[in-house]
Write a protein that binds this ligand. Structure first.
Ligand code: NAP
Length: 300
């Protein structure tokens, strides 16, 4: 059997960013405010610093205005909530991103709920979660949807076209990835099964999948013989594993070399789903700015 076609997430994300950049230019040319993205980072987690820097840099590259707020790890809840309230009321800010995880003394769910749902470009606010959960098949996504799941669904649209009737198996049921991916696939008229740590015979479930999305955080757990020949496999996992000599490398949740000989389409790690996350954050910020300007949803 031929090798799987690799899904080039970097190229697809770059094209999406180009279209977002054009959308930003069109807003400005129409006399509207440029989209403003506020990032809030509480010091502590080095990986978070890298993520936030790359988000702010991308926003600036696409012509958006980026507002970066760095708080010390000891900042109290009152100060953080005060900042969120100010950002909610600031008309030059269209998207607010509070980088997770937060330090232990902060109640994350209260923080997520404090963000104005119209500016919740991460799509984590309960109102937006509820909108996604109660979406009719094919209904417009005229609110923010979590960025990584949106990226998965955009990759599938690009590579497979209409998904109606296909059996999608999503492995992982987190609020961040698995559940919203399943909701988006239901919206696309897939038949959706969700696997998790208590699923009996996960390999047999995976073998039923025309589309297999894996988001579990377990290096290379999904083996080649779990995959139906020709299936589209999207590997969301990012795992740092020892590569000898004290060095590390990144691997996904799917055994890439095995999957490559069986799948029809496959995302590499890195360079598959990952780049879509930041691109979709930019997309959500542009759409939020358009809604704030009473402009219609832009299909890009
Ligand atoms: P999470 O919150 O830890 O959830 C993991 C899910 O996987 C849970 O539903 C868990 O089941 C399930 N699971 C764990 N072990 C399993 C097993 N042996 N068999 C079957 N299911 C199992 O993780 P997450 O936030 O969804 O992230 C998942 C992965 O995606 C991580 O590697 C993360 O780094 C990566 N990620 C990547 C991006 C990106 O931009 N590419 C973004 C977000 C996350 P239970 O519910 O039963 O415990």
């Amino acid at each position: 059997m031929a090798e799987a076609k690799l899904i080039d997430g970097r190229a697809i994300a770059a094209r999406l960013c180009d279209r977002v950049g054009e959308g930003v230019g069109a807003l400005a040319a129409g006399g509207h405010a440029r989209p403003g993205l506020a990032t809030v980072l509480m010091d502590g987690d080095p990986a978070s610093q890298v993520y936030v820097r790359s988000k702010a840099k991308m926003a600036a590259e696409l012509g958006m205005v980026s507002f970066d707020h760095r708080l010390s790890a000891e900042t109290g809840e009152a100060e953080l909530f005060g900042l969120i309230e100010r950002l909610n009321g600031d008309t030059s800010v269209h998207g607010i991103l509070v980088q997770l995880p937060l330090p232990r003394h902060i109640d994350t769910s209260r923080v997520v709920t404090a963000i104005d749902p119209a500016k919740d470009v991460d799509g984590f606010h309960p109102l937006n979660v509820g909108r996604l959960g109660s979406l009719a098949p094919g209904a417009p996504l005229d609110f923010s949807v979590p960025c990584t799941p949106l990226g998965v669904s955009k990759l599938l649209d690009q590579v497979l076209g209409p998904l109606s009737g296909r059996h999608a198996v999503v492995v992982g049921r987190s609020n961040l990835v698995g559940r919203p991916v399943a909701q988006l696939l239901l919206r696309a008229d897939c038949t959706v099964s969700i696997g998790h740590s208590r699923t009996r015979d996960l390999p047999a479930l995976c073998r039923l999948a025309d589309i297999l999305v894996v988001a579990i955080g377990k290096p290379e757990l999904v083996r080649g013989d779990w995959i139906k020949p020709g299936a589209a496999v999207l590997d969301v996992g990012i795992n740092r594993v020892a590569a000898g000599d004290g060095r590390h490398r990144l691997v996904g949740d799917v055994a890439f070399d095995e999957a490559r000989g069986v799948a029809g389409h496959l995302t590499p790690v890195p360079g598959g789903v990952g780049p879509m996350t930041v691109a979709c954050l930019m997309y959500n910020t542009l759409q939020a700015a358009r809604r704030a300007a009473s402009l219609p949803f832009l299909a890009i």
